[in-house]
Design a protein around this ligand. Structure first.
Ligand SMILES: *[C@@H]1O[C@H](CO)[C@@H](O)[C@H](O)[C@H]1NC(C)=O
Ligand SMILES: *[C@@H]1O[C@H](CO)[C@@H](O)[C@H](O)[C@H]1NC(C)=O
Length: 889
């Protein structure tokens, strides 16, 4: 066979499910990192990538097709990566090689699993899907393509777009990695209610520059977005061969809301969308139950406090609130809920600012206290009659004191709440039993949400609050005539929140009926409401004709999608026979409708060899995440999201600016022996200086010589503490008493809030209390190298506890600052790009370059692209570089 086609393919999808009726906070992400070439060759040409999305009534059907040809003289491995939203279900994957198509089939997971395990045990895992970031899972597959052969990958997935803060959002992540002759995103939207807004934007380029490549339009029920950059428009500069396309492509839209509801019926299946507008907000009684245990210390508690302070800005004056803090013990702000008067809010702010961490984690007592408080407030009419209650609990760990058995806590909470109000559990970070939080929330009409430990954790928290801040209706019940409807999805919701939408789907018992009435009942802020929607089947048929151009059975598939999603969710909390029943139902539907769910796998079969179907698309649920076999082809380097600063190599200074998702770099050229001030904070008394060494030649010619940091001095006057690091040893002084350590040690030293960890021959991590975290990287070269010698790199991972007066070559950038880059053009070196940068009121010419980050990998490093500022950082750094020279470490 001319073509070496390795018959295995593994697709393992994770996904988490949202509680229905509640808007998912997140973006719906679809990302494409279409083909990348086999190692270091240019023989694989990707000549076409198309993303075709059809959305009918919020239900999206997306087909990603990538075509490539191997123009080389030998077989090459070709990779196809795509990032999909966790809420999407893959429905198809086919591979076509030289005109022969290998289709995907959905199998029950257990059946497919043996083949999957066999493939893995033989080291044959060619591709799989793993969670990628917060909202994505990444699909990767590779195939060996013979010289001269063509290959086509086609991946299809479907998803119900949920309304969130007033918009439906489709988020495509794009990274083709090479110029693609035919690159196209084509999105067709059909919404029977009529489209009211539609927008599309790309994060990697401004819409002006996109020019003719991007078109967007909508009129009546139809919307269209097309993004089709020519080869020239894809270039990162007019003469560049690399692609500008790298980032997010987002389509957002909403539909007309003249009518609160819309019902559609096709082929005996119906869907009912409900989102009333203009209702007053129902006052709410909120108890924030906040973990302040020791593990929250540092950034987490600071972010929590920031988020609570911002939430206090958003609290409505009709609302009632209270805070319960828990560690080993439980403390409350007030004995009972209080109204959000300006005085009380002021007092609340002071309370929040004074939160500090301590001790263990007693979730049980904290939740029971909150529930008791809300129950009592209702019973004793301390809160308005038509108000609604919620508990928002935030924790970053597992219960470890008081009642700490998860099952018992769940039972206690269930018995105390008795379905009266929802419990929302926010799990902060990774070190917690998320499934416990999720189960407990789900069985109390709420939901769980992960808060990712990141620089935007406070925004995630605040964002969650915004979603639940505006209940417009409570006790929502969607009703249909008896005996007219069957196989109904969830039809009762504790709350309807502004900006979201309730979706109910089902099947008509009698397809020939002439009309159909749906009622939605709920309690508003002022009164009870019933919305009645009468549907005329004749009108419906007429409307259906217009919709044909999209895809005909979308309502049936939407119903199946929603039903499977809800069955899987219920299954999480079910036991024994009930669980088996739910599993069987979800499995049947997944197989019938060709969805890759946690119960099914996709198997790609070679048509001529049915027995040997070893290509498997496997998809474990969230709980199986840790059991995923490690991927054969790992994700390429993702730059860290937080701002960070470092100096490494021939001293290259890198300032990563997270808001820009970009970095600035500069060099300092000085004679060996010179000591430079890297950080100086007069408030915390922290100083970091570095001494320059040359190479073994001791050349004085500044054009050819290489210089590095050979010695670092780190000191804290407050702690009366000093560290000197050389490439040989590490010396710590407390007062005048030194402790000597070696780079051959692996050791952690803790004293007075300071912690120093040495990782043998690799790096050293220094934390001054919380919020100040440095890493020193040791670069060792071959001892007999004629020129090079060992040197050090210095990295600032966390500086948020340092004062605003911090200065120094790195320290001056710890304060937020901004820069603008414009007029990108080929530079004097035609292989590089120049641009004009405006920063700190200076304008200068900068050059695109890259540096290495050696924190994770000391030998190879990871590439960081940056704008290089010439002449020792002139214009970027305050003053001139010689201002930073100090007399000693
Ligand atoms: C999967 O995609 C292939 C190629 O487009 C198509 O021929 C096939 O019918 C699809 N299968 C299903 C179940 O949709
Ligand atoms: C799979 O293929 C190999 C050779 O192509 C053959 O020897 C073997 O019997 C096949 N396996 C099964 C289960 O049919």
């Amino acid at each position: 066979m001319a073509l070496v086609w390795r018959p295995y393919l593994t697709l393992a999808l994770f996904f988490s499910l949202a509680a229905s009726g509640f808007p998912r906070s997140a973006l719906r992400l679809l990302a494409i990192r279409s083909l990348r070439e086999g190692l270091g060759t240019n023989d694989i040409e990707v000549y076409s990538t198309t993303i075709n999305c059809k959305v009918t009534s919020r239900f999206s059907h997306n087909v990603i097709t990538t075509r490539a040809v191997n123009r080389g003289h030998e077989a090459k491995e070709v990779f196809f990566d795509a990032e999909l939203p966790k809420t999407g279900f893959i429905t198809n994957f086919t591979l076509t090689i030289d005109g022969v198509t290998y289709p995907g089939n959905i199998k029950e997971k257990e059946v497919a699993k043996k083949q999957y395990e066999k493939a893995v045990s033989q080291g044959k895992t060619a591709g799989l899907v793993k969670a990628s970031g917060r909202k994505l899972e990444k699909f990767t597959v590779s195939v060996n393509v013979a010289a001269g052969s063509k290959v086509t990958f086609e991946l299809t997935y479907e998803e119900l777009l949920k309304r969130h803060k007033g918009k439906y959002e489709m988020y495509l992540k794009i990274q083709p990695k090479q110029l693609v002759k035919n690159f196209e995103i084509d999105v067709h939207i059909f919404e029977p209610q009529g489209i009211s807004t539609l927008d599309a934007e790309a994060s990697f380029i401004t819409n002006d520059l996109l020019g003719s490549a991007l078109t967007k339009s909508f009129s009546g029920k139809k919307g269209h977005v097309s993004f089709k950059p020519s080869l020239d428009q894809q270039r990162s500069c007019p003469t560049c061969a690399d692609s500008l396309l790298n980032g997010d492509f987002t389509v957002t839209y909403d539909v007309n809301r003249e009518s609160p509801a819309n019902v559609q019926i096709v082929n005996g299946y119906f869907v009912h969308f409900f989102a009333p507008q203009g209702l007053p907000v129902v006052p709410k009684n909120v108890v924030f139950v906040i973990d302040v245990s020791g593990s929250m210390s540092g950034r987490k508690i600071e972010q929590t406090k920031d988020a609570l302070l911002r939430i206090l800005e958003d609290v409505r004056k009709e609302d009632y609130l209270n805070f319960i803090l828990f560690s080993g013990s439980v403390t409350t702000w007030k004995d009972q809920l209080v109204q959000a008067t300006p005085e009380n809010l002021q007092e609340a702010r002071t309370f929040v600012k004074n939160i500090y961490d301590q001790g263990l984690t007693n979730i049980n007592d904290a939740l029971l206290r909150a529930i008791h408080m809300l129950n009592k407030a209702q019973e004793e009419h301390l809160v308005p009659e038509r108000s609604t209650s919620i508990i928002i609990m935030l924790t970053d760990g597992d219960a470890n004191t008081g009642e700490s058995r998860p099952d018992k806590i769940r039972e206690n909470v269930r018995n105390a709440i008795q379905g009266k109000f929802p419990l929302y559990n926010l799990g902060f970070g990774k070190n917690l039993d998320y499934s416990f939080l999720e189960s407990m929330a789900l069985e109390n009409q709420g939901l769980a949400r992960r808060i990712y430990e990141d620089s935007d954790a406070d925004l995630q928290l605040q964002g969650f609050y915004e979603e639940v801040a505006n209940p417009l209706l409570t006790g929502v019940q969607v009703e249909y005539p008896d005996n007219a409807i069957q196989d109904l999805t969830q039809n009762s919701y504790q709350h309807f929140y502004d900006g979201s939408e309730i979706v109910v789907a089902g099947r008509l018992v009698d397809e020939d009926m002439n009309s159909f009435t749906a009622d939605v009942k709920g309690q508003g802020a002022l009164n009870d409401l019933i919305y009645t929607e009468k549907v005329d089947m004749k009108d419906m048929e007429k409307a259906l004709k217009e919709q044909d151009y999209i895809f005909g059975n979308y309502i049936e598939r939407l119903w199946a999608y929603l039903t499977i999603e809800q069955l899987l969710e219920k299954r999480k909390n079910a036991q024994g026979e009930e669980k088996e029943k739910l599993t069987a139902q979800a499995l049947d539907l997944s197989l019938k409708y060709h969805f890759v769910t946690p119960l099914t796998s996709m198997v790609v079969t070679k048509p001529e060899d049915d027995e040997n179907q070893t290509d498997i698309a496997d998809k474990p649920g969230e709980e199986a995440r840790s059991a995923v076999p490690s991927m054969a082809y790992q994700v390429s380097y993702q730059p860290p999201q937080n701002p960070y600063y470092y100096v490494d190599g021939d001293p290259h200074f890198i300032i990563r600016v997270s808001e820009k998702d970009d970095a600035i770099c500069f060099n300092i050229d000085e004679d060996p022996g010179t000591v430079l001030r890297l950080i100086q904070d007069p408030v915390t008394g922290l100083t970091v200086n570095g001494q320059i060494i040359g190479d073994k030649r001791n050349s004085l010619d500044s054009n050819t010589r290489k210089t590095f940091f050979g010695k670092l001095g780190i000191s804290s006057t407050q702690m009366d503490f000093r560290i000197e690091v050389t490439t040989e040893k590490i010396t710590l002084w407390k007062g005048a008493v030194p402790t000597s350590l070696s780079w051959l040690d692996t050791v952690t030293l803790v004293q007075d809030g300071l912690s120093v960890t040495i990782n043998r021959k690799k790096n050293m991590v220094i934390s001054f209390g919380r919020g100040v975290n440095f890493v020193v990287v040791l670069h060792q070269v071959w001892k007999k190298h004629p020129v090079h010698q060992d040197f050090l790199g210095f990295y600032v991972l966390d500086s948020h506890r340092m004062s605003t007066q911090t200065h120094g070559l790195l320290g001056q950038f710890f304060h937020p600052f901004d820069f603008e880059v414009s007029d990108i053009h080929p530079g004097s070196d035609p292989t590089k790009l120049d641009a004009t940068m405006v920063v700190k009121n200076h304008q200068m010419t900068v050059t695109r370059g890259s540096q290495k980050d050696y924190r994770k990998d000391t030998s190879m490093g990871e590439k960081v692209n940056c704008w290089f500022v010439h002449n020792n950082g002139e214009g970027l750094i305050d003053g001139v570089h010689t201002d930073y020279i100090v007399s000693n470490l």
